[in-house]
Design a protein around this ligand. Structure first.
Ligand code: PLP
Length: 430
């Protein structure tokens, strides 16, 4: 594979940008390779600066439900730009966008736009803490909610129930109120609530954990979170940054039939532009400034370009429910193909899927939590990744992420991927 230009840019990039990238995973470090630099993308395809073409399963880590630059979404963006790129005073399209999200998501009455998923979760927790007048929050090991200080934690060892920072620079004091439990572990949640439930402001959870591969929350687990937060007067927050508008149009509420008190969004609601949002019941959201006392703001929040793209994306998903059916069908095709490969090669590996999120774990199942995920054979995955890349299939450069399908992926793309995956698996196990 020719990657001469990518390498040249990468060498230049490392002089001016830490690690040459603006988000760590893009450096391909975890798969032991140098990154490819992208020139352009269209539909299911992405092209690097050396002219290599890939079927793209990163899809910008989730926002691109309809693939890259779908005509019906990008059309008209020039007109929007000509009318101004940001005003700092309100616009009608922000209202239309908020209405779309609220109408789609049966558990929330109001929503506030921000610029990223990180901002959405950070702000939602601030509001939940103020609403309950409590400090402690509960998150789950292996779930990622962005990089705000209080959420960069892993579970402490032994009997320690509070989290410990996963990054230098995060003071112990900042995470001392962040409790961490094992995902899908009902007993752990019951125990922690029995001990500290009346001090817990909120549970924040990915209903399908998309940051340790694809690990769906079980129905019993998510129901317990709903019941126990009600019992103890804590706020249940679904982090829908990946799952929102992906699992189906009403997100996790439609998929699992469980309503949280608050929800966080990102990715798909911006269709590839920088966007996030958090919402909740009217009572909770009336805590937010300028109605209530909780401060939260943003120079570029509700940006007109992002609103234009996001609104069109959501309208298409709302008006064409067949997109979800198509995506489900394609994702099953991919899931079954990957499973058949694994079987043919006699490997005891696991394929998890939730809607259009798919992950091949290089270990045996079932995979229900972070401990299960850490059993994966990462060196074999890394070889598999490299072999797929050289065959024109771009996966997320880590074992611990989903394959994101878009509706631009064709059956031919998927069949090609399944065949390439078979070859790559075979070579990785030689
Ligand atoms: N929450 C979840 C579930 C995510 O997957 C991510 C990012 O991948 C975030 C929050 C943070 O979003 P952002 O990267 O837009 O800050």
């Amino acid at each position: 594979m020719n990657n001469k230009k990518s390498l040249e840019i990468y060498n230049e990039a490392t002089k001016y940008i830490p690690g040459g990238v603006n988000s760590p995973v893009r450096a391909f470090k975890s798969v032991g390779l140098d990154p490819v630099f992208i020139d352009r993308a269209e539909g299911s395809r992405i092209y690097d600066v050396d002219g290599n073409e890939y079927i793209d399963y990163i899809c910008s880590w989730g926002p691109l439900m309809l693939g890259h630059s779908p005509k019906e979404i990008v059309e008209g963006i020039e007109e929007v730009v000509k009318r101004g790129t940001s005003y700092g005073v309100p616009t009608a399209i922000e209202v239309e966008m908020a209405k779309l999200i609220v109408e789609a998501y049966p558990a929330i009455d109001q929503v506030r736009m921000v610029n990223s998923g990180t901002e959405a979760t950070m702000s939602a927790l601030r509001v939940a803490r103020a609403y309950t007048n409590r400090n402690k929050i509960l998150k789950f090991e292996g779930c990622y909610h962005g990089h705000s200080d209080a959420l960069l934690v892993k579970s402490g060892s032994g009997l320690i129930t509070y989290g410990v920072p996963t990054s230098p620079g995060v003071p112990n004091d900042v995470v001392k109120d962040t409790l961490v439990c094992r995902y899908n572990d009902l007993d752990a949640v019951r125990t922690i609530f029995k001990e500290q439930g009346h001090e817990i402001a909120a549970i924040i959870v990915e209903t399908v954990a998309g940051n340790m591969g694809v690990v769906p929350g079980t129905q019993e687990f998510l129901q317990l979170l709903r019941d126990i937060t009600k019992e103890y007067g804590s706020v249940l927050i679904f982090d829908e940054v990946i799952t929102g508008f992906r699992l189906n149009y009403s997100s996790s509420v439609g998929y699992f039939g469980i309503k949280p008190d608050m929800a966080c969004f990102g990715k798909i609601i911006g269709a590839g532009l920088p966007v996030g949002a958090y919402g909740g019941t009217k009572e909770i959201m009336s805590m937010v400034s300028p109605v209530g006392p909780v401060y939260q703001a943003g120079t570029l929040s509700g940006n007109p370009l992002a609103m234009h793209m996001g609104k069109k994306n959501l309208e298409i998903l709302r008006d064409r429910p067949e997109i979800y059916e198509e995506l489900e069908r394609k994702a099953i095709r991919l899931e079954e193909g990957l499973k058949a490969n694994v079987e043919k090669l006699g490997l005891d590996y696991t394929v998890n899927r939730a809607g259009s999120l798919v992950c091949l774990f290089f270990t045996n199942g079932p995979i229900n939590n972070y401990d299960d995920v850490t059993r994966c054979d990462v060196p074999k995955f890394n070889k598999y990744f490299e072999e797929l890349l050289s065959r024109g299939v771009l996966l997320a450069p880590t074992q611990f992420e989903a394959m994101f399908l878009s509706n631009a992926h064709t059956d031919e793309d998927i069949d090609y991927t399944i065949n390439a995956s078979y070859e790559a698996l075979k070579i990785a196990h030689n």
